[in-house]
Design a protein. Structure first.
Length: 118
């Protein structure tokens, strides 16, 4: 069982923010912003490439609720999901990073330079 399945099953502790029957939001262990929350389906889904449109339709209002719950819905936020190897996905259980609480930079300093590929 993967690490986020264990968190969803309460087999390892997390710092939960909001929960529904189908989804769970908890604080990232290694925050990259004043607010950094991970949002997952409790049922294992490998990555964004595997989520159904129907599940995504249910997940969208849950993500909105999390952003409202932590008070960043109005001030703004960034929603990110890393998918697969080139996307830099480390945990192979779909998760959205919800980041906010400050004006976030939009830097690509760690990314590959597009000029190297064209
Ligand atoms: P990825 O690189 O897969 O998009 O992001 C994985 C994220 O999960 C990282 O931001 C990392 O800090 C977080 N993370 C990894 N293991 C744990 C854990 O056991 N608990 C929590 N709360 N976050 C974790
Ligand atoms: Zn899993």
């Amino acid at each position: 069982m993967c690490i986020f399945c264990k968190i969803a099953n309460n087999e390892i502790p997390s710092n939960p923010v909001l929960e529904s029957e189908e989804f769970l939001a908890f604080h990232d262990l290694n925050p990259k912003a004043p607010v950094h929350i991970l949002i997952i389906p409790k049922q294992h889904v490998d990555s964004f490439s595997e989520i159904s449109g129907a599940m995504m339709e249910r997940m969208t209002p849950f993500i909105h609720d999390v952003a409202k719950h932590v008070g960043i819905f109005e001030s703004g936020y960034r929603l990110v999901t890393n998918s697969g190897e080139n996307g830099g996905q480390e945990v192979k259980h779909l998760h959205f990073h919800l980041l906010g609480g400050a004006r976030l930079k939009w830097g690509h300093f760690d990314d590959a330079d597009p000029k190297d590929f064209f």
